[in-house]
Design a protein. Structure first.
Length: 410
């Protein structure tokens, strides 16, 4: 398979621009700042990072579409997003000169397919329908997910990228094939959130069995990719629930080691944002003990997403190789700063609502001031995420960065 000459020219022009960005002095300085942050040697104002997430669908229509083929258009969009973040948003994102193509990996179900009802609204709400009807009898119906890799198809895609862009960017497969080792996302899809919480009281043994199954299954899942030599370094890309993983304390494309990449050479991640209504004691009994064995496999760990982690600190602080902690919009920043100090990366997630709805400049500036007050001298990064809309005003991301620089430098 090859691209048309037009598509090849378009992709190569965009890749050339991405290479210029990666090789620029500005980008090299940013890589060092991220490395210092994750090595717990950060000095100066917090880093600023944006993650348009759902709002990309409002940004992408502003991009020109010059490629003709479907796959070429997908790659064109990926390259334009990187350029847009650097040239337009102008946050502190750092880039390596790489282009990632996915492997053809198929993942089966747990023996009972998930069931979900969705709103008819585009991007609307959804509800996961529990597929287990009895926690005691139905657990025997579950099995580990079947994993298969089409290596021939994967290699063909990789070779196409190498032929088209390989002299401009380093072609890589994805570093990992999962997001979280948190487990509660899967537990809720199988058993339901209300059932999960009630079971902590009226069927603790059954819930422990479910969580043990999910923990063992996830261990089988992540070690499959290690055994099959399908992992890649993630110390040069996105990690956890927001942030970049540059560090000297793990191998990377700049500092590779011999042999296939292992789990203990990469960042891991866990969270349990669905269980914010669970007491720290219940979290410590039913959730965290099943996350910890998974986190032990990784070289560095990032914990948390939208939940406030400080109330669970007794458990979370036990995380092996814990390095980064999410400080959500609902966290007590003073408490977090006191607990974490300079021993961890303080990943502050400001409330996205003032950016997403009406762009409230006063609230945005107050968010920056609050973080500076409590965490300005820590290993801090501020990450604008969960931005599922910006009301078709994508310039808001650049405005957020401008306001942040003004506050942080002032």
């Amino acid at each position: 398979m090859t691209f048309s000459q037009n598509d090849t020219n378009v992709l190569r022009d965009l890749a050339t621009r991405c290479r210029e960005i990666a090789d620029s002095e500005q980008n090299l300085v940013l890589k060092q700042r991220w490395t210092d942050l994750n090595d717990l040697k950060h000095s100066g104002p917090p880093l600023l990072l944006t993650s348009p997430e759902g709002a990309w669908r409002e940004i992408i229509p502003t991009f020109p579409v010059e490629c003709e083929g479907q796959q070429a258009r997908g790659w064109e969009c990926a390259l334009r997003k990187r350029i847009y973040q650097h040239d337009v948003i102008k946050d502190d994102a750092a880039f390596d000169p790489v282009f990632t193509v996915g492997r053809a990996v198929s993942v089966g179900d747990y023996g009972i397919p998930f069931s979900q009802s969705r709103s008819e609204e585009a991007q609307g709400a959804y509800h996961d329908e529990p597929v287990l009807t009895n926690l005691d009898s139905d657990l025997d119906k579950l099995h580990f997910r079947t994993l298969t890799v089409d290596r021939e198809k994967s290699e063909a895609t990789f070779e196409l990228a190498a032929q088209t862009l390989g002299d401009l960017l380093e072609i890589q497969y994805p570093a990992t094939y999962w997001w979280t080792c948190g487990l509660t996302w899967q537990a809720i899809k199988l058993w339901g959130l209300e059932n999960l919480m009630i079971s902590m009281y009226d069927n603790s043994e059954g819930l422990h069995r479910l969580m043990k199954f999910l923990s063992d299954e996830m261990l089988n899942f992540i070690t499959f990719f290690e055994r099959e030599e399908l992992l890649g370094y993630n110390a040069n890309g996105g990690v956890g629930s927001g942030g970049l993983g540059f560090t000297t304390q793990l191998p990377s494309r700049d500092r590779p080691t011999e042999g296939p990449v292992r789990l203990d050479q990469i960042w891991g991640f866990a969270e349990s944002q669905e269980t914010v209504g669970v007491s720290p004691e219940m979290f410590g009994e039913f959730i965290y003990p099943y996350q910890k064995p998974l986190q032990q496999k990784f070289g560095l760990n990032y914990y948390g997403c939208c939940e406030a982690s400080e109330g669970r600190w007794k458990s979370v602080s036990q995380t092996p190789n814990l390095r980064s902690i999410s400080v959500s919009p609902w966290s007590d920043q003073a408490a977090c700063a006191d607990l974490f100090g300079r021993d961890y990366v303080y990943c502050r997630k400001p409330n996205p609502s003032p950016v997403c709805i009406n762009f409230n400049e006063d609230e945005i500036c107050n968010e920056f001031k609050e973080t500076l007050t409590h965490a300005g001298e820590l290993n801090t990064v501020m990450i604008l995420k969960d931005t599922h809309t910006v009301e078709n005003q994508p310039e808001r991301f650049a405005k957020w960065v401008t306001l942040g620089r003004r506050a942080l430098d002032g």
